[in-house]
Design a protein. Structure first.
Length: 301
């Protein structure tokens, strides 16, 4: 009933029960400019392989849900225009109408779960936007973490968001938020925020076990693993703060709303940092892919 296509390497991993790491595609189509988007997607897939797991980049292409993209499909998607940005609300409609869309964190979690994949690596999750008290703009990623049993490895929530409110909502929704290897929550482009993480774990085996126990207890939902960007690649929060403020002011002045907000802000911050935000973004995604591979291997044991 659901038109699903597995890439050759994902099909092979499924046959042998090997560890698989899901990767999203909105970061490719809406999060980074071409050609760095395609280059990064390839490098991140290779990072997963180098750490002993199989990458499954997820997207909807012409009405088919792809779990794993062949190299030419990735290349085409990375240059395509007007690709939809899919979340829980619109993924089924995109498939039904034969459309093409990139999957956000929420949609990638749904697809990963359908395919029996338990771990997913991305850059940063969506969350509560600043000014959400007026706009009501809260990413569907948060609700998805509360209901779909996939462990998501991210460098926290994107620092363009209202981070304290984002973590309050996650707590309300009962989502475990685990900082990997440090006490504080990371802040996407920066390794440290000023918020203490609700949970801390220092090895992949514990993280895998926590998800398995959660599921065994009948608790719905996944976990958010916040993995700090390596220090050498980070942009200090103080350097970024005025740049984020400027991008937010411009988004306001130009009435950017709904799904366009996050891509607009990421694009402006890229310009205002002369590309430094992208370099950091690539480094943190790669770092997350490596940890996700370790967790996927631990889950298989
Ligand atoms: N991580 C990145 N860059 C991105 C995203 C994640 O490093 O562009 C995407 C994810 O797909 C996430 C989405 O789900 O941004 C959040 O969008 P929104 O705020 O509209 O929910
Ligand atoms: Mn939104």
């Amino acid at each position: 009933m659901i038109p699903i296509q597995y890439s050759a390497e994902v099909a092979a991993a499924r046959d042998t029960g090997g560890p698989i790491v899901a990767l999203e595609s909105t970061i490719i189509t809406h999060g980074m400019p071409f050609p760095q988007n395609v280059e990064t997607a390839r490098i991140v897939e290779q990072d997963v392989r180098d750490h002993g797991a199989t990458p499954a980049t997820i997207a909807v292409l012409n009405g088919t849900l792809h779990i794993g993209l062949e190299p030419d499909q990735l290349n085409t998607l990375g240059q395509a225009e007007n690709v939809a940005k899919l979340s829980r609300a619109d993924m089924a409609a995109c498939i039904a109408t034969g459309g093409t869309g990139a999957t956000t964190v929420a949609a990638t979690m749904i697809a990963a779960h359908l395919a029996g994949i338990h771990v997913f690596a991305t850059g940063g999750i969506g969350g509560v936007h600043r000014g959400a008290e007026d706009s009501f703009d809260i990413s569907a990623d948060l609700q998805e973490l509360a209901q779909t049993p996939v462990t998501v490895v991210a460098a926290g929530a994107k620092a363009i968001l209202d981070l304290p409110k984002t973590f309050e909502v996650l707590e309300t929704l009962g989502v475990p938020v685990i900082a990997y290897g440090q006490d504080m929550l990371p802040a996407f482009w920066s390794a440290q925020s000023d918020m203490v993480a609700p949970l801390r774990m220092d090895d992949a085996t514990q993280i895998a076990k926590a998800q398995q126990i959660r599921t065994a207890m009948g608790l719905k939902g996944g976990q958010l693993v916040t993995n700090p960007i390596p220090q050498k690649d980070e942009i200090p929060a103080a350097t970024l703060a005025p740049i984020i403020d400027q991008a937010l002011d411009e988004a306001d002045a130009q009435n950017i709303s709904a799904k366009a907000v996050t891509p607009f802000l990421l694009g402006r911050i890229f310009e205002l940092t002369d590309g430094r935000s992208l370099t950091a973004n690539i480094a943190l995604v790669r770092n997350n892919a490596r940890l996700a591979a370790q967790i996927a291997i631990a889950m298989g044991k």
